[in-house]
Design a protein around this ligand. Structure first.
Ligand code: ZN
Ligand code: ZN
Ligand code: FE
Length: 763
């Protein structure tokens, strides 16, 4: 008995263009012998499909279950249609070219099919380092303008040969409309140079590069989103030289290893971490060092429990890593905190004193994109940096917003552009502290506006007048501007990610953000809504002697907290940290605090971490922001039997005075309790105090949703402790999973707040 014939129109919404979706639909229709057509539209693709009922149902099931790896389906809607005049299935041109969607795929790692061809001696692309297909390869970093077609990418300089063109034109081929399609005949090539820009004569540039790495040289290697500096991770001398030349004393270097087997020799890797590591986005994943990790030299990640590890993600990486390295250090090629180098000329100029050799290629990178960094904590993937592989996949929002440009914070800057129900976070731009990074910021704004086709109606920025991102916003005189308090933006970024509306309790813990009272906030308890917030409580204020100098020198915070807890008598406590500072400096800092000279008041939890770390003798100075706090976390035992006995107070809201915590820490230091135990007790104390306050707030406001945001939640002990404790008290807890909890995620919150405020103010 023949089944009923039906016809349907399916609208597929999401990232389904330039990712091999139409050929996939075409092949699926053939598989089930169905007729109809598929076309691109402004929001995705539309499919007309007709044939026997059962076949159509099977087709629909397959459509979601087996979509191509780069496709990101948001939703599929279907409606019945009259049976049409179709005697086959066809890929048709979009009916209105101007309506083409602007969703662009991120750059992703080389796929298994391409990798198999790469190492197949008889394949025409054997060992060709730019092999790619519709399922893999560069996208975001090579696009100059929309629509995403070859002439709009850096592949425009390469004319496809007949073989490549035939693949490109064949809907049944894996390279149908693969814009970066190329081969050794017609595509880009690599070349090896020394630091004086002399071409190194050799048979095979990549093999020669591997040999040089084995000899201990430092190489600049051009990748997907920029240059890496590479060194043999087993060679302590090479890694030390790299640190010296890059002026990076202690910040951990990421490493790249060939596969999971190689990684398991030096790091623990569970199933979920392996899944994240091998995902097509190929982020750097923080993995616990193994006890016997001595084949990787300690200089790679000193005083850290973790290695940042990634797998190869370009064909070039695979050819290089195949040469039997335990791992290669692969760190962003920049000097200190400048943006990563992408251009060949620029690389020679800027990296000439760091790299001994340069492995370059002639496929231009239009937009730099650093490696993304994640850690699996408290049941989820947590971003330290969301960049290559993830950008420009949007965060899908609860409501449609006007077109907004949010300029982000100062450190770990990203910008955010919104369009309808999508928020596009930029790649990691960096710390807006030098001209190069500011140039990159402006370039990124221009570029994103163009490729996303967004003309902002509103501009959002931080309250802080001195951030370069705020100054940029000030310069855009034609646009209405909304200034947003830093911690409000943090909490709303968490609300936006989880599509929350209404009032929530927000715990915003970080290093620095300007408050509405001009103090430096960072240990904040907010009752937040999208358009407004109330400060329900905070960590008690102490002075930051020397202002930003106190961030670089945690010993200053130690003095401030000690003086706050003990008054002038703190000098007699006999603490090792005081001896290490010396009496002269002690007196100067003490006086600065007393005279309120260049000593803004702060409620920052990040500074409390720094102060406690210094009092425990962990370190007096930091080489990068948050280092002392991180080392306190690294040292801390995983659990403590109990926290310190401290209480919150009430005066115009909830106050967590630091003095009782400091006195408890000092008593432990005096009793020779180990920093590991002090660290564990300190974390637990914070968790208990803030959970108790959330209980009080629930009673008063009837709220049981808590949003956690801010850079302090990069700390796994604090994050998982807070989540566990609040969930045990039956709160719904929301933490960041799609965007970073640090200032890299703040632009999303700014955009969403600005939309709500703008609506109230102007609409
Ligand atoms: Zn591929
Ligand atoms: Zn070719
Ligand atoms: Fe922050």
């Amino acid at each position: 008995m023949a089944s009923e014939v039906t016809a349907k129109r399916l609208r597929v919404n999401g990232i389904v263009q330039g990712v091999g979706f139409r050929p996939f639909v075409f092949q699926l229709a053939e598989k089930y012998s169905l007729n109809g057509e598929v076309a691109n539209t402004s929001s995705g693709v539309t499919i007309h499909i007709q044939g026997p009922d059962a076949q159509v149902t099977a087709f629909e099931a397959d459509l979601t279950a087996n979509a191509p790896p780069l496709a990101y389906i948001v939703e599929i809607s279907g409606e019945p249609q009259p049976i049409g005049e179709f005697d086959n299935f066809a890929i048709v041109k979009s009916k209105n070219e101007s309506e083409i969607s602007t969703l662009i795929s991120p750059d992703v790692s080389v796929c298994d099919d391409c990798r198999a061809e790469l190492f197949a001696p008889h394949d025409r692309r054997y060992r060709y380092p730019f092999i790619n297909c519709t399922n893999c390869g560069p996208r975001y970093t090579i696009i100059d303008d929309i629509p995403y077609d070859r002439p709009m990418t850096s592949m425009r300089h390469f004319q496809m040969c007949a073989d490549c063109q035939a693949e490109y034109d064949d809907p049944a081929n894996r390279r149908f409309h693969a814009q970066p399609n190329a081969c050794a005949e017609c595509g880009p090539h690599v070349a090896l140079y020394d630091s004086a820009v002399n071409r190194v004569a050799c048979q095979d540039s990549i093999l020669e590069a591997a040999t040089l790495l084995k000899k201990g040289y430092i190489l600049a290697v051009k990748g997907l989103g920029g240059y890496h500096l590479a060194a043999d991770a087993a060679n302590a001398d090479a890694v030390r030289r790299l640190r010296d030349r890059k002026m990076r004393e202690e910040k951990p270097f990421a490493v790249m290893a060939y596969d999971s087997i190689a990684i398991r020799r030096f790091a623990d890797l569970d199933e979920v971490e392996e899944e994240i590591l091998t995902s097509i986005q190929r982020p750097i994943v923080l993995l616990r060092k193994r006890a016997s990790a001595d084949m990787i030299c300690p200089e790679v990640a000193p005083r850290n429990k973790y290695f940042g590890v990634m797998l190869p993600y370009t064909p070039l990486h695979y050819i290089l890593l195949e040469q039997d390295f335990t791992a290669l250090v692969m760190t962003s090629a920049n000097l200190s905190e400048e943006p990563i180098a992408i251009d060949n000329e620029e690389a020679f100029k800027r990296l000439g004193k760091i790299a001994d050799y340069f492995l370059v290629h002639n496929r231009d990178i239009y937009l730099r994109s650093d490696d993304s960094i994640v850690r699996y904590t408290a049941g989820s993937k947590r971003f330290f940096r969301r960049s290559r592989g993830f950008v420009p996949v949007p965060v899908f929002l609860r409501n449609k917003l006007p077109q907004i440009l949010a300029c982000g914070a100062e450190l770990k800057n990203t910008v955010c552009l919104t369009k309808r129900d999508k928020a596009f976070l930029s790649q990691h731009i960096g710390d807006l502290e030098n001209a190069q990074t500011y140039d990159f910021f402006r370039l990124t704004v221009r570029h994103l506006k163009r490729i996303l086709d967004i003309q902002p109606e509103v501009i959002a920025c931080d309250l802080h007048p001195d951030y370069l991102s705020t100054r940029y916003a000030e310069e855009q005189r034609a646009l209405p501007k909304v200034r947003i308090q830093h911690h409000h933006a943090h909490i709303v970024s968490g609300m936006a990610e989880h599509k929350l509306d209404g009032e929530v309790i927000g715990l915003a813990f970080d290093g620095t953000g300007l408050g509405t009272d001009n103090a430096v906030w960072g240990g904040e308890i907010l009752i937040a809504e999208t358009h407004k917030f109330e400060r329900a409580g905070h960590l008690g204020y102490v002075a930051m002697p020397g202002s930003t100098a106190a961030i670089k020198e945690p010993w200053r915070m130690a003095i401030s907290y000690l003086q706050d807890a003990y008054g002038p008598d703190f000098v007699d406590l006999g603490l090792p940290v005081l001896d290490s500072i010396g009496n002269d400096k002690l007196a100067v800092i003490s006086q600065m605090i007393n005279q309120e000279f260049n000593s803004p008041m702060t409620s920052s939890l990040g500074r409390l971490f720094d102060g406690v770390a210094a009092i425990c003798g962990i370190r007096n100075r930091v080489n990068f922001e948050g280092q002392a706090a991180m080392e306190l976390e690294m040292l801390a035992a995983d659990t403590a039997a109990s926290g310190y006995d401290c209480a919150w107070e009430r005066e115009n809201g909830f106050l967590v005075p630091p003095a009782p915590i400091i006195r408890a820490v000092v008593a432990d230091v005096q009793n020779n309790v180990s920093p590991a135990e002090i660290g564990a007790k300190f974390h637990l104390t914070l968790v208990q105090l803030f959970s108790d306050i959330c209980d009080e707030l629930r009673r008063e406001y009837g709220l049981d949703r808590v949003v956690l945001s801010g850079g302090c939640f990069q700390n796994a002990t604090l994050l998982s402790g807070m989540i566990r404790s609040l969930q045990a008290r039956k709160f719904d807890v929301y933490s960041h999973e799609q965007i970073p909890t640090n200032d890299g995620g703040i632009s999303l919150g700014q955009a969403v707040v600005a939309a709500a405020v703008y609506e109230e103010r102007f609409a």
